[in-house]
Design a protein around this ligand. Structure first.
Ligand SMILES: [Mg+2]
Length: 280
């Protein structure tokens, strides 16, 4: 049997940290599957390395072979306790910033009102994270930043979201090609996995670009209905509905949420993996 690469989002995909229930046996089955020598496991998350490690410890997740972190700006190859950042990935995304790094871009934006850098641990060489007042004219601010980037011939994505609990806007500036999709494809090229031997699992809007990229993908059952509908609409339009699987439960008596959904999707695409299920 061929080897498989399983790429999993963490929060609310493998980690049962949403409002819906987790089937009691889901994570121990997941650990059993992850131990199988034919499986290469990669976590794909917005979390940075300390928060990835915290999630693995707190939720007793199996150690991965690779981790894509910091919203796609870092890829780590993992051997035991050693996490080695892939410098070739940094070189790849650095092209978008023409040799500039975090501090250079901070200087570039220093005269723009309303931007407050987040805490030092939320910054990295290729990620600027700002707080922005919730009532900011978002489109004006982003237009001003884009003009600044254009003048300096830099290619960056500006990712905006709202921290609803804290009533503050969050703005990340990343190299244009530092996306989950591109990072996963980079990892596939590096490890020699082809599309037929990889699966991605996710749950939310920020996973949509991967879920609808044509890679084989699973949406866990606890995903919000709007995300399910949008993902399905997109793959229908592109003509590859067979590459997206919506977990619905009823697999080994589990509910399809979180790890149960990931396993359901794995067996949907690769029925031969059912032999790997031996709970600890
Ligand atoms: Mg998630």
């Amino acid at each position: 049997m061929n080897k498989l690469l399983l790429c999993c989002d963490l929060d609310r995909t493998l980690l049962p940290n949403g409002s819906q229930e987790e089937s009691p046996q889901a994570r121990s089955l997941f650990r059993a599957v992850a131990r199988h020598p034919q499986l290469t496991l990669a976590y794909v998350s917005g979390r940075d390395k300390p928060l990835l490690l915290e999630a693995i410890r707190d939720y007793d997740l199996p150690p991965p072979d690779y981790a894509i972190g910091d919203v796609g700006t870092s890829i780590y190859e993992i051997h035991g306790d050693q996490w080695h950042p892939l410098r070739t990935w940094e070189k790849e995304i650095a092209l978008d910033w023409s040799g500039n790094r975090h501090d250079d871009l901070v200087s570039l934006f220093k005269d723009i009102d309303g931007l407050t850098l987040q805490e030092a641990e939320k910054q990295s060489a290729f990620k600027l994270s700002y707080y922005v007042p919730e009532d900011t004219e978002r489109d004006e601010l982003l237009a001003e930043m884009r003009a600044c980037l254009r003048q300096n011939e830099l290619r960056a994505s500006l990712i905006w979201s709202i921290d609803e609990a804290r009533h503050v806007g969050l703005l990340d500036v990343l190299p244009h090609r530092a996306t989950k999709v591109h990072a996963i494809r980079f990892l596939m090229a590096r490890t020699g996995f082809k599309e037929e031997n990889m699966i991605f699992a996710g749950d939310s809007g920020n996973d949509l670009p991967v879920l609808t990229s044509g890679l084989k993908a699973v949406l866990v059952h606890n995903a919000r209905r709007e995300v399910q509908e949008e993902a399905m609409r997109s793959v229908c339009k592109q003509g590859f509905t067979e590459r997206l699987y919506l977990a619905h439960g009823d697999f080994l008596g589990m509910n399809g949420n979180y790890a149960a959904g990931v396993l359901e999707g794995l067996v949907h695409f690769h029925p031969e993996t059912l032999h790997w299920f031996k709970p600890d």
